[in-house]
Design a protein around this ligand. Structure first.
Ligand code: ZN
Length: 123
């Protein structure tokens, strides 16, 4: 896959560097690449940040966070499997297209497809 689905990082305007009072430093949002990773990578990164915040804190809240993070990962994995399975269906099948669109809307594996043109009434 190409980086077509990658978006320019808004934190650094695609430069990969942010400027602080003490000088430039690599952008934390894109890790200095200038492009944001896929939605799945961003979600996983955020989950790890949240888990780290609750690590070693109140036991009950940490358990809830770990459970929620595992459910998000499980749902993402299921969507990835659904997206992969939909690739085996007939490309023109409207249900298959809808499944691919809905799964990809969350995962952002592929760039959004341009809107289809309505059928030519003169054809
Ligand atoms: Zn950046």
């Amino acid at each position: 896959m190409t980086s077509q689905s990658a978006q320019t990082c808004r934190s650094c305007d695609g430069q990969g560097t942010v400027f602080r009072d003490y000088g430039p430093e690599p952008c934390a949002s894109c890790l200095g690449l200038g492009l944001l990773p896929s939605a799945s990578v961003l979600t996983e990164r955020r989950l790890r940040e949240i888990e780290k915040i609750y690590e070693g804190r109140d036991l009950e809240a940490g358990q809830h966070v770990r459970w929620l993070a595992s459910e998000v990962r499980r749902a993402h994995h299921a969507l990835l499997q659904i997206l992969a399975a939909s690739q085996d269906l007939t490309p023109d099948d409207s249900i298959a297209r809808k499944i691919r669109f809905l799964a990809n809307d969350v995962l952002s594996v592929y760039p959004p497809a341009p809107r289809e043109k309505p059928d030519d009434p003169g054809a």
